[in-house]
Design a protein around this ligand. Structure first.
Ligand code: ZN
Length: 328
C-alpha cells in the first residue's frame, strides 16, 4: 500500500488536470539513458520537466511531491502510485547511480497522458458511449453465490446507460438483453459508431476466495507485454486499438480513479491486457472489472442494486471528466 496521503483529493483526474496546465513542455528537455537496449529517463528529469518541486528517496521508493500530485516509484517494481491510485507500468523502474529510471514507453504511454490529458494529440470528438455488458446467453461468465456475471454486467450497463443519457450522451448497447454475442460482433458495433468511446463491463472471479477489488484494463502499447496473465501474445504487433493508446489510458484512469474514490473498493490497479474486445477497436476503449463474485463480501455488494447504481453514476461522472480533460 502507498505510504503517503493526498490532501483533499476529490479524485485524481481533476487534480492532475489543473496540475498539468502548470507544466511546460519543450523539445529537447529529455535526456535519454539507454540500459540493456531499452531507453529510459531519470526521475530527476521527470521532476524537472513537469515542474515537480520535491523529489525524495526513501529506501527503494522515489516520491514526487507537488501541491496537487504525489507520485511514487519503486525500483525493481512495475507498480506506480499517482495520488494513491495504482498503475501497472510496462517495465520496472530501474535503479541507476542512486537514482531511478523510467522507460520512455511508460513515460510516453502512461505518465504523460495521465498527468496531462489535455496534451493528447487529436483526441476523438465523441458524443456516444458504446456500453458492452460482458458475456450473455449460454455464456454466464463468473458465478457468484447470489447470481451470475452476465446478469450483473447487464444490470450495471443499463444503469450506466441511463446515467450517461442523463449527462447528455448518446448510448449504444452491444446487448440489451440476455443473449450471446461473439467478441468480434461487439467490436464491430463499437467501430460502427463514429464519435464514440467504448466501455466493456465485467465482474471478476478467481480461485483465491480472498481476492477482491476493482481493476481496469487498457490495451498494452505496442512492444510491451501485458501486465495481466492472459493474452500475452502478439505483443510486437501494432493493433488497431494502439492508435488510441493515450486516450485508452486516460479513459482507464478517469474511470478507475472515480470508482476507487467513490466506492472505496480494494484498488487492484489500472492494468494492461490484449483482451479481444480491446485489440481490434478503433475508438478509445477500456474493460472494467467491478469486483469479484468469488469473494463472499464483494459478491454481496455486487448483488446490491444500490451499489450497482453507485458504480454506474461513478463511471458516468468519469466519462464527463474524461471528455473535459482531453478537451473535447
Ligand atoms: Zn467477464
Amino acid at each position: 500500500m502507498p505510504c503517503f496521503s493526498v490532501r483533499s483529493s476529490r479524485w485524481l483526474f481533476s487534480l492532475l488536470f489543473s496540475f498539468l496546465l502548470a507544466a511546460s513542455a519543450q523539445a529537447g528537455d529529455w535526456q535519454i539513458v539507454t540500459k540493456s537496449g531499452r531507453e529510459y529517463v531519470s526521475a530527476q528529469n521527470v521532476a524537472k520537466f513537469y515542474k515537480i518541486e520535491k523529489l525524495s528517496k526513501s529506501g527503494n521508493d522515489f516520491i514526487f511531491q507537488h501541491p496537487s500530485l504525489i507520485m511514487k516509484w519503486t525500483t525493481g517494481s512495475q507498480k506506480m502510485y499517482v495520488n494513491n491510485i495504482l498503475f501497472n507500468l510496462s517495465f520496472s523502474i530501474e535503479p541507476h547511480g542512486g537514482g531511478a529510471l523510467i522507460s520512455t514507453v511508460d513515460l510516453a504511454k502512461l505518465i504523460d497522458p495521465v498527468v496531462r490529458p489535455s496534451f493528447i494529440k487529436k483526441p476523438i470528438i465523441f458524443d456516444t458511449v458504446v456500453v458492452d455488458p460482458g458475456h450473455g446467453g449460454h455464456d454466464p461468465g463468473a458465478t457468484g453465490k447470489h447470481g451470475v456475471e452476465k446478469d450483473y454486467n447487464l444490470d450495471l450497463s443499463l444503469r450506466l446507460k441511463a446515467a450517461l443519457q442523463a449527462r447528455g450522451f448518446k448510448v449504444v448497447m452491444t446487448r440489451s438483453d440476455d443473449r450471446f454475442l461473439e467478441l468480434g460482433h461487439r467490436v464491430a458495433i463499437a467501430n460502427a459508431q463514429k464519435r464514440s468511446i467504448f466501455i466493456s463491463i465485467h465482474h471478476n472471479s478467481t480461485k483465491a476466495r480472498s481476492a477482491k477489488g476493482v481493476e481496469t484494463f487498457a490495451l498494452p502499447p505496442q512492444g510491451t507485454a501485458a501486465t495481466h496473465g492472459s493474452s500475452r501474445s502478439g505483443w510486437s504487433t501494432a493493433l488497431s486499438g494502439n492508435t488510441r493508446d493515450a486516450e485508452n489510458i486516460a479513459l482507464a484512469t478517469a474511470v478507475h480513479s472515480h470508482v476507487i474514490n467513490d466506492l472505496k473498493p480494494v484498488d487492484r490497479g489500472i492494468k494492461r491486457a490484449r483482451f479481444n474486445v480491446l485489440t481490434g477497436i478503433t475508438k478509445p476503449a477500456i474493460l472494467y472489472e467491478g469486483g469479484f463474485l468469488t469473494n463472499a463480501s464483494e459478491a454481496a455488494l455486487i448483488h446490491d442494486a444500490a451499489y450497482r447504481q453507485r458504480a454506474a453514476e461513478s463511471i458516468a461522472n468519469a466519462v464527463v471528466k474524461f471528455k473535459s480533460a482531453v478537451g473535447r
